[in-house]
Design a protein around this ligand. Structure first.
Ligand code: PLP
Length: 408
């Protein structure tokens, strides 16, 4: 039985088909390529009941993933992250059915591990010897880590301001790392030039190779399976390049074709920071693509993407499902990060906290109803961003005393 039912690649703009068994970048029309599968074959081969008996990693969906030979899978046990009810917090903001899928507990501490596990495995299977990418930090740490495990070289460039820990993670994984005094677009130009000049590296920038989406789409399969092959009413996602949202939408369409979920799809919400909100602006103006944001800046560093290559795919997914796009301020998302830890005990990343600020905002505006079952993606661990929270803690002399009662 085939491990993968990958059939071909398709240009996301024109539908032109491409061979899936050679190394591919963008389509001839400079658009991302999407992996297509023989879904009739998948439906005839595997059922949700059979999947339920498999190990709890994203590879349980291997028929709809691109790696052809199981021996080529590079894994650290990624996937099947928990769905946590946020009952206390949800009740307080008027959305008692609030759920969070927590990607903070995956290898490397962010959901970037999904794209890296699948992308690196497939690159190595196709004979690639080295990967190169610009990153806001988390993707670089994930791809460098999986590349190390696969024995591939990695060449990475990130902004000087990217979270310090991601720098360290790249270096310990043996990556050739450069810091750039600029934004991710500047890092992308440097990587593009180096890949062209050096040879031997595949440019695995966001959406410039087809398989990162495939890794990230497994969040959609997992949400369905963990909810008994039903879907919440709304899914909120912190969108930078938007790969996770494009991937979840792709998974929804595949699962519907497979007959694994009902026809009615959840409304998809793209959440951005006010300091970098190109997709929100395009959504509001009715545009099909976004305009680059000038002087982009937010503490939610993973979503600082002034212009996403796949913006039209994100906008399509949001509009096709009756969703929306919202921007939240840095103070609002930082407050949410703190409130959630205090009320639910979970310290999430600023990007995930942006989704909670958006849920609060959408409930206040009436876009969300009390009965809506809303799922937010927490895309990473708060532990990766220790500097986003300032605390003031009393220091006692060695012969001092703890006060009789906590300070009011
Ligand atoms: C990269 C990243 C995002 C945004 O992901 P895209 O696929 O680029 O939209 C969100 N949260 C965190 C923590 C990230 O690292």
């Amino acid at each position: 039985m085939a491990y993968s039912f990958l059939s071909h690649l398709e240009c996301s703009r024109t539908g032109t088909t491409y061979d899936a068994d050679t190394v591919q970048g963008l389509s001839a029309d400079n658009a991302p390529l999407l992996a297509r599968y023989d879904l009739d074959g998948v439906a005839a081969t595997v059922s949700p009941a059979e999947i339920a008996s498999r190990p709890p990693t994203l590879w349980r969906y291997h028929e709809v993933l691109p790696v052809r030979d199981e021996a080529n899978v590079i894994t650290m046990g990624e996937g099947m992250t928990p769905l946590i009810p946020l009952s206390t917090y949800g009740a307080k903001i008027g959305v008692p059915g609030l759920l969070m899928k927590d990607e903070g507990v995956i290898p490397t501490g962010t959901f970037k591990a999904r794209g890296a596990a699948v992308g690196v495995s497939r690159a190595a299977e196709l004979g690639v010897r080295g990967i190169a990418m610009p990153t806001n930090g988390n993707a670089g740490s994930a791809w460098a880590s999986y590349a190390a495990r696969a024995g591939l070289a990695s060449l990475i460039a990130m902004p000087l301001d990217a979270p310090l820990i991601t720098r360290v993670e790249c270096v310990v994984a043996g990556a050739e790392l450069y810091l750039v005094d600029g934004l991710i677009g500047d890092a992308g130009r440097l990587i593009g030039e180096a890949v062209a000049a050096r040879g031997g590296y595949q440019d695995v920038s966001t959406l410039k190779e087809p398989y990162r989406i495939e890794g990230k789409k497994t969040m959609g399969y997992e949400i369905a399976e963990q909810l008994g092959w039903r879907m919440p009413d709304v899914i909120c996602y912190p969108a930078g390049g938007g790969v996770g949202l494009i991937g979840i939408y792709k998974a929804l369409l595949e699962m519907r074709t497979l007959g694994w979920i009902p026809d009615q799809l959840p409304r998809l919400v793209a959440v951005q920071a006010e300091g970098c909100d190109p997709i929100v602006r395009a959504f509001k103006s009715g545009a099909k693509t976004s305009e680059p944001v000038q002087n982009a800046s937010t503490v939610a560093f993973g979503i600082t993407v002034p212009k996403a290559l796949g913006d039209f795919l994100v906008l399509d997914a949001v509009r096709a499902t009756g969703g929306t796009a919202v921007a939240v301020s840095d103070p609002a998302l930082l407050a949410e990060q703190h409130t959630l830890a205090a009320q639910e005990g979970t310290f999430i990343c600023p990007e995930g906290a942006a989704c909670l600020a958006a849920v609060r905002q959408l409930r206040e505006s009436g876009w969300l109803a009390e009965r809506d079952r809303v799922l937010v993606l927490n895309t990473g661990a708060g532990l990766k961003y220790p500097d986003t929270v300032q605390v003031d803690v009393p220091t006692l002399p060695h012969d001092g005393h703890i006060p009789a009662a906590p300070a009011a």
